[in-house]
Design a protein around this ligand. Structure first.
Ligand code: AMP
Ligand code: MG
Length: 430
């Protein structure tokens, strides 16, 4: 492994795509391309509206009906003909007979002769012959006859058929992410099912003889399995379905058996640990022999050792992440989130970075893309970010302080206070 060179503007900067000794680091972008190439968009199917929340539409949707579907009242009051109430004034009210009532869900294709009025409730159909609604507050609320003290303008408080949405309009274009507003619109035009790609089923397992399940007692050198929980939660946050298998020891046979048992329910397998260069690196040992999974070193920090490929009869994609919790999480955000987005048809596959002003300064090893933990805030003068937690990839405490990753490019070795940096804001669409 290369040791970082001293940072500074005059420091020698190797090309980001070639490594210092070893020479075989691959770029983050190249590796991401390979990960994306290993997964396919899942086959779409019709699902109930609420199940589709957070997923993109496969096809554009056209309105099957007008909205409003019938001309109706925006107020409780009296439906009138505008010309019958032109002269209504506080000191000289207009008197009209009340010939009926129209209430929401209890109105019909009523008509109303000239010179009359009809009591009407919000959302009820405006009777034929009426063109305006007088709010009840402008009247004496009379039952048989009503006194009207103020004249509405023509069409006031009337919601016209089709003024919001016209039947046949393209309501939502293909690719639209279904959020609350889109779901509300679809329900509002009577569409109860939509075609989306399914949420990927992701089998998550962590490897390591030292690992223990939270709640169990620890031996002298054992650690709790943080990764399978962290990654399963991250799978869910990305909109996919996690199957957390939990801990597998560093035994090749057990690992191989567990994996093949799990394949039936997986659209993607994500493992953590066992991919470095030590003894007992079970993931690498077992999967290297298959010849369908490639282990590489990526020019990033943290997250250098990565593996990608396909396994089993169905050629299920598998991503093998490093074991240090911060490395596993950063790699997940950088490689697995785009893969899941691709499987669900979310565009863009890579979530966009945003620019923020750095508070404090930072240095970064040359030739690697750094993903530093940061705290992102939006203040009156715009977006800011400052480094949070330390640089070590074992620092779970620091990771939980962060809400963003500061992305320092391969050829940048220092960023000064107040300079603009690219940030991946975590737990958000952007
Ligand atoms: P490995 O990649 O298996 O060599 O693991 C690298 C480091 O990450 C070691 O310190 C492991 O103990 C730690 N580690 C591996 N898997 C987990 C896990 N699931 N939860 C917490 N720490 C882990
Ligand atoms: Mg291990």
């Amino acid at each position: 492994m290369s040791s970082p060179e001293p940072a500074g503007p005059e420091a020698h900067r190797p090309s980001p795509f070639t490594a210092a000794p070893g020479g075989d680091l691959r770029s983050v972008d190249d590796h991401l391309r390979e990960v994306l190439a290993a997964v396919d968009p899942l086959t779409p199917y019709e699902q109930p509206l609420l199940d589709a929340a957070g997923l993109p539409l496969v096809h554009g949707v056209h309105a099957p009906i007008d909205l409003p579907r019938f001309t109706n009242s925006a107020m409780d009051g009296y439906a009138v003909r505008h010309e019958d109430v032109l002269d209504a004034r506080q000191d000289r009210p207009t008197h009209l007979p009340v010939v009926g009532e129209s209430a929401a869900g209890q109105s019909g294709p009523f008509g109303m002769p000239p010179g009359t009025s009809m009591r009407i409730m919000t959302g009820a159909a405006v009777p034929a012959g009426a063109d305006s609604v007088v709010p009840v507050e402008w009247t004496d609320a009379g039952a048989a006859t009503v006194r009207i003290y103020r004249s509405p303008t023509l069409g006031q408080h009337v919601r016209l058929i089709g003024e919001d949405v016209a039947a046949g309009d393209e309501l939502l274009v293909a690719g639209t992410l279904l959020g609350p507003r889109e779901i509300g619109l679809l329900a509002g035009v009577g569409i109860g099912r939509v075609r989306t790609r399914p949420r990927p089923r992701v089998v998550v397992l962590s490897t390591g003889n030292e690992l223990r399940e939270p709640g169990q007692s620890l031996g002298f050198d054992s650690v709790y399995d943080a990764n399978s929980y962290l990654l399963a939660a991250a799978v869910r946050a990305a909109g996919a379905i996690p199957y957390r298998v939990g801990i597998v020891g560093d035994d090749p046979r057990t690992f191989a058996d567990t994996l093949s048992d799990q394949l039936v329910r997986a659209d993607l397998v994500v493992t953590s640990g066992g991919v470095s260069k030590g003894a007992y690196d079970v993931v690498k040992d077992v999967l290297s022999q298959l010849g369908t999974v490639r282990f590489v070193e990526v020019a990033m920090q943290p997250g250098k050792p990565q593996g990608i490929g396909r396994i089993g009869e169905d050629r299920t994609p598998i991503v093998t992440l490093p074991g240090n919790p911060v490395s596993a999480y950063v790699s997940f955000e950088v490689f697995v989130v785009p893969a899941l987005r691709r499987m669900m048809g979310k565009m863009p596959e890579r979530r966009p970075l945003v620019q923020a002003l750095l508070q404090g300064s930072l240095t970064s090893a040359p030739g690697r893309r750094q993903f530093l933990r940061g705290r992102f805030t939006i203040e009156e003068d715009g977006a800011h970010v400052q480094a949070a937690g330390g640089a070590g990839s074992h620092l779970l405490g620091g990771l939980a302080q962060a809400n963003a990753l500061i992305v320092v490019p391969e050829d940048t070795t220092a960023v000064a206070d107040g300079q603009s940096v690219a940030v991946l804001v975590l737990d958000r669409e952007w």
